[in-house]
Design a protein around this ligand. Structure first.
Ligand code: PEP
Ligand code: MN
Length: 376
């Protein structure tokens, strides 16, 4: 299934000069006129930035924290744009934000992660955008739910916004990790598969929550063929009012960008393409074999399920599962497969086996007899 989005290419509204990679940068929050304008000048001077971002209205978890400087910041953005020539981008979360941002001549709007989770909010923003020709970027929702992300993009697109992009900023997770928000790349790849023409911009600042990891995530995003990066940059991150740990100075940002390696999704060189095709052919054959073997395994699982049912044995025998896990992971390790991968694969196979056997256990005698008849 493909999404039916009506989208204009990225270079019709940003990156018209073709600077690669496409980078949108600026402070998490506009704090003071000096901070914003001075940061914008330093960013513009790097020559590596395509647009200036700044949070004007900040969605904060608890009341009483800095909730953004508000409308006055839009005036500072106007000045920053007039002096540097950088187009500007802000987050909008209500119809009023949209109205004020447009009135102030903001060039690009984005919907934040806390808004994307709420279809009422997204619809309110979409309604406010009807009849307006402004580019909009939609961040993924806080929770790992691809359809919420898709739904928000559809609502904005249905309002007539065709200059559209998604922003991948990672997802909330209970699992402790090095990241503030788990990238869960599969979800971004899922979106790309559903809407191959929709540009996806990665936000390594909110994924990592840590300036030291921004380069690493940026490179990974580019290697996954994402179309650009949105990175928070502050003239002096140590005193930033919000997200201090993840912001970088404009100079540090320039270094990060310089060190990125740009690879191409496709090449014209026939020799390279022939070699790739040959290797992919080998992969296809192996994948077919893996699927065939999986199906054979499941047939045996079914036999075991029937046997357990006939002999009144429980589906799960923990000792057997332990034995499988232990034997297979040490074998896989010897074959240079990571334990994490092997465990995930085995758990997936095991849970499918349990599902199959549960189905068999719960099937009534009559149901089984009927099935035998239809197969006879
Ligand atoms: C932001 O970009 O400043 C922001 C609040 O991000 P998110 O919506 O991804 O949390
Ligand atoms: Mn931020």
């Amino acid at each position: 299934m493909k999404l039916n989005l009506n989208i204009q290419p990225l270079n019709t509204w940003i990156n018209k000069t073709g600077i690669e990679p496409l980078v949108i940068a600026g402070p998490c929050s506009a704090e003071t006129e000096d901070q914003l304008v001075a940061t914008a000048h330093l960013l513009a001077k790097t020559g590596k930035i395509s647009a200036l971002r700044a949070g004007i209205w900040k969605p904060r978890t608890r009341p009483g924290e800095f909730e953004g400087i508000g409308s006055i910041g839009l005036e500072w953005l106007k000045r920053a744009k007039a002096e540097t020539g950088l187009p500007t981008a802000v987050e909008v979360a209500t119809a009023k934000h949209v109205e004020e941002a447009l009135k102030a001549g903001v060039d690009i709007l984005w919907v934040g992660a806390r808004s994307t989770v709420n279809p009422f909010t997204v619809q309110e923003i979409a309604d406010a955008l009807r009849g307006v020709d402004v580019p909009v970027m939609v961040k993924n929702p806080v929770n790992p739910d691809l359809s919420l992300w898709v739904g928000a993009l559809e609502r904005i697109n249905n309002a007539g916004i065709t200059k559209l992009a998604a922003i991948h900023r990672g997802f909330s997770s209970y699992e402790k990790s090095a990241f503030r928000n788990e990238p869960m790349w599969d979800l971004a790849i899922g979106l790309k598969t559903l809407a191959p023409h929709l540009p996806i911009i990665n936000d390594p600042s909110h994924i990592t929550g840590n300036r030291d990891l921004i380069g690493y995530i940026s490179q990974k995003a580019l290697d996954l063929d994402m179309q650009g990066l949105m990175i928070e940059s502050h003239i002096d991150p140590s005193v930033a009012w919000t997200d201090a740990k993840q912001q970088v100075t404009p100079a540090a940002l320039a270094d990060i960008i310089t060190n990125l390696h740009l690879r191409k999704p496709e090449v014209r060189n026939t020799e390279v393409n022939d070699k790739l095709a040959e290797l992919r052919n080998q992969i296809d054959k192996i994948d077919d074999l893996v699927i065939q073997k999986m199906a054979e395994r499941m047939q045996i699982v079914e036999k075991i399920g029937n046997y357990k049912k006939d002999n009144d044995i429980t589906i799960l025998q923990v000792s057997r599962w332990d034995e499988i896990l232990h034997k297979r992971t040490s074998y896989a390790k010897a074959l240079k497969l990571s334990t994490e991968f092997t465990e995930k694969l085995l758990e997936l196979m095991h849970s499918e086996s349990i599902r199959k056997q549960t189905e068999i256990m719960n099937k009534s005698e009559a149901g089984q007899a009927a099935e035998k008849l239809t197969h006879a």
